[in-house]
Design a protein. Structure first.
Length: 317
């Protein structure tokens, strides 16, 4: 994720802050840094500087991780002099080499967020909220600061994995933004924050400069549920077509393995035979050593931000 972000930023002047949720992540990023400058904030340090220690005791680990997005964004806004602050989940991957058009779409908006755009099959997942916290931007103007401060305060008061009137976790609060903030902008471009919950309503194709979504550039994709499983990977529990695996997931697995080799040069050839397409693709790489922890956080953390079904009610996980 960090490497792809570095390419997409194209040398833009920005401060990339990583909230490392464990010592392994912090140590690995220091010893084997990505291709862009980063500032690492260990979770223990972040907790000391905020009121989060008490919340960690009272919330589940999932709920606590969801709590961190707004708190980190608020901290970055308060301690710096940046024109805007953007929070990113760490399970994103940037396919397009230039994020300039995305920032152009945000323009002078005070607040910007990406809609889930649930396809027809997953329409019931709307309980997870209209917007996904995978990318949220706040401008350092009066309205942007108020929006971020209010969100952070609301999340400190309540951030539950149960379905409540305000929605689920930290995402439900975003539903109020279009009505509350005159300078809010919804990033409706289909190539911004595409997730597996939207694939049935779009056409994925290979383009000369990367994947296309309905003929438009795919700026970044949300690799919800991607994880190591056994000696391979779990892609997602959502159904995927062979084309989607080929165009979206193969490049991501290759980038993941490149980072893996950089961190552990002795792993050798990890993809013996390439990807295996199954009825519901889960294990997609053979001969992959077990017990490799992923990186948590790029201006945030990875706590499975997208929707998955649980029981009769689709909820975040």
């Amino acid at each position: 994720m960090l490497d792809s972000l570095g390419v997409s930023l194209g040398g833009r002047d920005c401060d990339v802050v990583v909230l490392a949720l464990d010592d392994w992540t912090a140590q690995t990023l220091r010893q084997k840094p990505p291709n862009l400058p980063i500032r690492i904030v260990p979770l223990a340090q972040f907790e000391k500087d905020t009121v989060l220690a008490d919340l960690r005791e009272r919330r589940s680990w999932k709920e606590f991780c969801w709590t961190l997005a707004s708190q980190l964004a608020e901290r970055m806004m308060s301690e710096g002099d940046a024109d805007q602050v953007t929070y990113l989940d760490s399970d994103l991957f940037f396919f397009h080499r230039d994020l300039g058009p995305v920032f152009g779409m945000i323009g002078q908006a005070s607040v910007a967020a990406v809609p889930h755009r649930f396809d027809e099959t997953h329409a019931a997942y709307a309980v997870n909220g209209r917007y996904n916290v995978g990318w949220v931007t706040f401008r350092a103007d009066a309205e942007g600061r108020i929006a971020l401060r209010t969100w952070a305060e609301n999340v400190r008061q309540r951030c539950s994995s149960e379905a409540l009137p305000h929605g689920l976790g930290d995402q439900g609060y975003l539903d109020l933004w279009p009505r509350k903030y005159a300078r809010f902008r919804e990033l409706g471009h289909p190539g911004i924050g595409l997730g597996p919950w939207s694939l049935e309503d779009v056409d994925i194709a290979a383009g000369p400069d990367g994947p296309l979504v309905d003929g438009l550039p795919l700026f970044f994709y949300h690799f919800h549920e991607f994880s190591e499983e056994g000696r391979g990977f779990r892609l997602t529990n959502y159904p995927l077509s062979e084309r989607e695996v080929e165009i979206l997931y193969k490049p991501y697995v290759a980038a993941y393995l490149a980072a893996r080799r950089r961190q552990d040069p002795e792993t050798g050839a990890l993809l013996d035979g390439g990807l295996e397409i199954q009825e519901r693709p889960r294990v997609v790489a053979r001969d992959l050593p077990q017990s490799f922890a992923g990186m948590d956080g790029v201006i945030g953390h990875h706590a499975e931000r997208g929707p998955v079904p649980q029981g009769d009610v689709p909820v975040l996980d």
